[in-house]
Design a binder for this molecule. Structure first.
Ligand code: GLY
Ligand code: MN
Ligand code: MN
Length: 469
């Protein structure tokens, strides 16, 4: 379900109430990024811009001027242009920005240099996303300098420049009921995609083919984009935290870690599951997996209003360190190993992050130097992991090359929490049960990809021989 126009209007009102009179906020759309020569990456609107406008077009600037007589919400955007629209598609134009996006006033983006200084003039404070786009910061100063140049004629340039992030990102941290509904849908789609990957997983396939199963499910369920590049790491690749090559063959006996989430209606989901390619965990894999799961469940259980942001991380550290000592992967007293942080050799990242329109969403983690207290409406991930590199020679061989992460999306509610991504199985028993029916059939697509990759290898071996001769 898409967000209603009233939701965007409510956000603009809240922002302008916080800004107060005598101020103005100026927000730029994100830029089109070139992929190669004449080809662009698919366009994605800047999250702050979209949050306040719902407007998805590039080359746009939104202005919020509380108390302005001719309207407080102004959009500058590309004009309609039949010739250009034949090539690149529909443009709203200033008329569409007013009609379809509730702008009170809208102008062609080509007129911004003439109009914007007049909107800024006489306002004491300017809010903008300072430091995130050097080109836009420079243009803002040019607009202000136009006013300064007129000061002897009575023009009043602004006196304060304030980072908009403080107000806007605090608003974005607290999700409304409508936002949580959309995020729950995003998580639901991603959860089913992970189930599909487990069901289709076969030794002999390539990691990118599991990624294709995930992407297929996203698109077939209304989520065209991923919220981030999917990680599909089998065997030792699971120990590379940001592994996105996804080009290795799945081997019987290995685990595969999939970290993938769709973006739905501009909201991210972010789920990780780790499961055996064969459908059955080995004893060492099971021991590590169950330790990560125990820490994740304990961390999720700690989430409720009044707890602190860091508490869930601390819980994962406590459980994982105790487990690593028990398994003999760390030695000595648990307390000492927590204190000297030697657990970081196997668990080197934090247990989560805020989740929202950006996968690593905005919002402060500390307030006045203290870890933030959790409140209803915050959404976060819980994603502990253990990673034992293949070349870790000071641990027994059976542990080497095992990488496990389990990640869910958790919303803080008035009374505790709700796991938005709860549909994907994560106990050893449930994963093995889900994967069992498919084990015997060798996927046709897997052997096709394998044949292709062999041809490639042969071809490159030939090329090498040629080059050497
Ligand atoms: N997928 C990115 C993360 O888990 O933080
Ligand atoms: Mn993730
Ligand atoms: Mn994450």
């Amino acid at each position: 379900m898409a967000l209603r126009r009233a939701e965007f209007a409510r956000r603009r009102k809240e922002l302008m109430d916080l800004m107060g009179d005598n101020s103005i906020a100026i927000v730029s759309s994100s830029e089109v990024k070139i992929r190669n020569r004449d080809v662009d990456f698919p366009y994605r609107q800047d999250s702050d811009f979209y949050y306040l406008t719902g407007f998805c077009e590039p080359e746009s600037v939104a202005v919020f001027a509380p108390g302005r007589e001719h309207g407080e919400f102004i959009i500058f955007c590309r004009e309609r242009d039949p010739a250009k629209e034949t090539w690149d598609g529909y443009r709203s134009g200033p008329e569409g920005a007013c009609k379809d996006f509730n702008a009170n006033d809208a102008f062609p983006i080509t007129d911004i240099d003439d109009i914007l200084p007049g909107l800024i003039e006489g306002r004491q404070r300017v809010y903008s996303a300072m430091g995130s786009n050097a080109g836009f910061d420079r243009r803002l100063m040019e607009w202000v300098n136009v006013i300064r140049a007129q000061s002897r004629n009575g023009a009043q340039p602004p006196e304060e420049f304030v980072a908009l992030d403080h107000l806007l990102h605090e608003m974005r941290l607290f999700k409304s009921a409508a936002e949580i509904k959309v995020m729950a849908e995003a998580a639901e789609i991603s959860a089913a995609a992970h189930i599909r990957a487990m069901q289709h997983c076969q030794a002999g396939q390539f990691e990118y083919q599991l990624e294709a199963e995930i992407n297929h499910h996203f698109a077939m369920n209304g989520a065209r984009e991923s919220a981030y590049s999917a990680i599909v790491g089998s065997g030792k690749n699971a120990c590379t935290l940001h592994y996105i090559e996804n080009n290795c063959e799945l081997k019987d006996g290995d685990l595969v870690l999939i970290d993938a989430g769709c973006e739905y209606q501009y909201y991210a989901s972010d789920i990780t599951r780790t499961f055996p390619v064969s459908g059955k965990f080995t004893a060492p894999q099971k021991a590590i997996y169950e330790l990560v799961l125990k820490s994740q469940l304990a961390a999720i259980a700690s989430i409720k209003p009044g707890s602190t942001w860091n508490r869930s991380h601390e819980v994962t550290v406590e459980v994982i360190t105790a487990g690593l000592v028990k398994l003999g992967l760390l030695t000595g007293e648990v307390e000492d190993r927590i204190k000297d942080e030697s657990y970081k050799k196997f668990y080197m990242h934090r247990a989560g992050h805020w989740l929202g329109m950006d996968v690593h969403d905005v919002g402060d983690y500390k307030v006045e130097g203290e870890w933030r207290v959790l409140e209803a409406g915050m959404v976060m991930t819980v994603e502990p992991g253990i990673y034992i590199p293949q070349d870790c020679m000071d641990v027994a061989k059976q542990w080497r090359g095992i990488g496990v992460r389990i990640e869910d999306d958790v919303c803080v509610t008035k009374t505790g929490h709700k796991v938005l991504s709860a549909d994907v199985p994560k106990s050893v028993k449930d994963i093995e049960r889900l994967m069992r029916p498919n084990r015997k059939v060798k996927a046709k697509s897997a052997s096709k990809a394998k044949a292709r990759s062999k041809t490639k290898v042969k071809a490159s071996a030939k090329a090498k021989t040629k080059a050497a001769s």
